[in-house]
Design a protein. Structure first.
Length: 173
């Protein structure tokens, strides 16, 4: 059953209210899990978007000086986009775990599973973008050494990978 069928088949309930906390906890398991999935993909995606914008802008500057440097500019621009992909994969896995009538504790644990890749993905993508933009500058001055910049940019990726793995373990606990 896909998410859209699940949402269409879900019984219509009133929105949660602080006046009646029992309704929130009945409705809240699914809502909290969906919020967690959204946080995983949105936070990591924002970080990737910011980083790719910064690196691609530097890459365009490099290409204006030397159009032959397209491959270094492309590779270094693509590297920070992986955090957004990690967030998407975790959100997809989380949505596969959402069930009708999910209790609050299960929804909350799923929400927590999205936070490592969401938060670390946001920050590591931005930091990786800074390193990659500096790599673009290296490629401009010493074109044959751009692969060294790529390797140094990948060092920041390790932290995103660690948070991705933790999120996978948390979703599949």
């Amino acid at each position: 059953m896909n998410l859209f069928m699940f949402l269409a088949a879900a019984p219509v309930q009133s929105a949660p209210s602080w006046e009646n906390p029992a309704k929130f906890f009945n409705w809240g398991g699914v809502a909290i899990a969906l919020i967690g999935a959204a946080l995983a993909v949105v936070l990591a995606g924002i970080g990737s978007g910011i980083a790719v914008k910064n690196v691609a802008s530097a890459g365009l500057g490099l290409l204006s000086e030397d159009p032959k440097q397209f491959m270094p500019a492309l590779v270094l621009s693509l590297l920070p986009s992986t955090q957004g992909i990690y967030g998407f994969v975790i959100a997809f896995m989380m949505l596969g775990k959402v069930t009708a009538g999910m209790d609050f504790a299960s929804g909350f644990s799923l929400m927590l599973a999205g936070l490592p890749i969401g938060i670390v993905g946001l920050l590591s993508a931005i930091f990786q973008g800074r390193v990659a933009a500096a790599g673009i500058q290296l490629a401009a001055k010493q074109p044959k050494h751009w692969s060294r910049a790529m390797i140094l940019t990948l060092l920041v990726e390790m932290f995103a990978l660690l948070s991705f793995i933790i999120s996978i373990f948390m979703v599949n606990r």
